[in-house]
Design a protein around this ligand. Structure first.
Ligand SMILES: [Zn+2]
Length: 105
């Protein structure tokens, strides 16, 4: 049987128990406002292919398929809550330190 574990704490997620999935998709944003009438010209595709011919293979790959990352994590209920509290992993220790005027002395 397939064993699934929490990607944060390693707890085994057994069938029938609460089990949460986090899906993250990170990709380059292309602003539609940057499209101009020139982009719609019939010559545009020709100009684009000309441009692609002038780039090396890696640059072509980037131009056609912008960097896109899809991540998937399995979480137990505790780690789900922990994740939701701070999904972007902001450094909360600084904020806490300021809030309580924490001093090492
Ligand atoms: Zn966990």
């Amino acid at each position: 049987m397939l064993h699934i574990t929490c990607d944060l704490c390693g707890t085994e997620l057994r069938p029938g128990q609460d089990h949460y999935v986090v899906k993250i998709e990170v990709f380059a944003r292309h602003d539609p406002a940057q499209l101009t009438e020139a982009d719609l010209d019939e010559d545009h595709m020709e100009a684009l292919s000309q441009l692609l011919r002038e780039l090396d293979d890696d640059e072509v790959a980037d131009a056609i398929q912008p960097a896109r990352h899809q991540l998937r994590y399995d979480l137990c209920p505790e780690c789900r809550q922990r994740y939701l509290d701070n999904p972007l992993q902001k450094d909360l220790t600084k904020e806490t330190a300021q809030k309580f005027d924490f001093s090492e002395n």
